[in-house]
Ligand binder design. Sequence first.
Ligand code: MSP
Length: 549
Amino acid sequence: MSSSRAFYVTTPIYYVNDRPHIGHCFTTLVADAVVRFERLLRGGDGATFFLTGTDEHADKVVTSALAHQSTPQAWADQNAAEFRKAFAAMGFSPDDFIRTSEPRHKEKVPRLIELMIARGDVYRGEYTGWYDAGQEEYLTETAAKEASFVSPVTGKPLQKRTEPCWFFRLSKFAAPLQAHLEAHPEFVRPDARRAEVLGRIRAGLNDVPISRPVTDDPATQWGVRMPGDPQSRVYVWIDALFNYLTAVDTPERRPLWPPSVQLLGKDILWFHAVIWPALLMSIGEPLPGTIWSHGWWLAEGRKMSKSLGNFIAIEQLEAYARRYSLDALRWYLLTQGPLGANDADFVHAKFVEAFNADLANGIGNCTSRVGNMIGKYFDGKLPVDAAAAAKASVVPGFDWPALVAGAVAKATAALRACDLQGALAPAGELVRAVDGYINVTQPFKVAKLAPDDPAKRAELAAILANCAEALRVAALLMSPAMPDKMAQVLREWSCVPPAGAPLAELVRLDGSHALRAGTAIAKGAILFQRADPAEPPPTAAGATDRPSS
Ligand code: MSP
């Protein structure tokens, strides 16, 4: 993630035949936290852009619409609205929500394909292959054979099909793609995924079909037509990938191009790490900085699937948010989720464990302890400048300016390396350091001597100011994951950062944002109430089981 130019982050666009579930919410949450972190580092919103949206021209959207006595467009409208609603409920902050059925996208796709035809990278042919209807994807002969001619995803038989077709000359881009991946280790994250992609590119790339025939079947009439060929429509994946470009293809947004980071799950890595950059090479566009592929959520040890009916739906996530707060849910998903190459299990007991350890007993308890002591001993006003306190109270092992600067540097470096969990961890380390410091310095004991001893009173003041300042920075560093709760702390401690100030400015002890003597530190409401591990998982009250596909 480079810091010199605008930061543009994208999520996949989601199929509108599905109801929003944890998978869709997770990819979008990671993007949301990453962009909030970038805004924090850069200061202000101006230099970042966050895009999400819906992928609407899939055949299964037509099937699903017909099954519900609807039209593809009406069905897409209705379900796209569900995604918007779900993303608002998760507290996401996208700058734009693109839908592939919008004119701004539909009109541009044929122009991009014309460009590819003009360059000789798209040609007519005939395709015979094994079609996985559920996935809308062809499998190669070898892959089909390996899968015993049934879909590896849905388990339904593959269909052998021959159709007239337009091809994309992917083979031409094997060498440049390989060179790009070799020269840019950051292009695909994590490394295990990069190795996987490189291995497949080195084994050679075949040209790929990028159109589907239009017939009398209504399912084949939905989608974007190939330029100059009304009998063919653009394959939904090609149509969809271009959204990242069409969304910013306006004079004002063009400087955002190319994306800094593109987030997606491991299941759609091939399209994003191979087909997508090859399309961009063909039309002469610069490539994205990083294709960041995360693992999958499992539900209590099992893969989520339609047949098992064990998808964690948005209603269940909302139930967690109602019971434990939205920010606690975001924190759990981000810190315990499958951000790297491995999968992660959504387990209620683990949720409660992380909730109690990190939040109720962590940042929540620590801010309330410090706020209470400042309330009790100093009438709710910070007794001394944080900068002076750092010099006055020198305790072995607690060099606060160094601890705070170290946490900020570590978080920043981790974010730049696409390690969001690494970027969130230093805040927790700061909180633990504050707890340790309180145990060592024992301010409640110092307080007993303070009334008669000005030196002890100064010591108490310095201890509490050091704690408060470290917690202020911890709250800033946790705010990309927990925007509401951390804003609450900063408000109660009268230190809401001014818009536009970059993090490096905000955390400078000798700068104008460090806590000052006299700052009102309210005791505040309890941030996170300790949860009983024996309590059953919250249930989605009033959840609808409206089938949508
Ligand atoms: N429409 C395509 C993407 C086109 S992008 C040009 C698509 N859509 S999807 O609706 O299936 O959503 C895909 C996203 O949801 C992927 O990032 C995928 O990894 C994520 N998830 C779906 N199930 C998931 C889990 N169980 N766990 C985590 N994320 C998973 O593919």
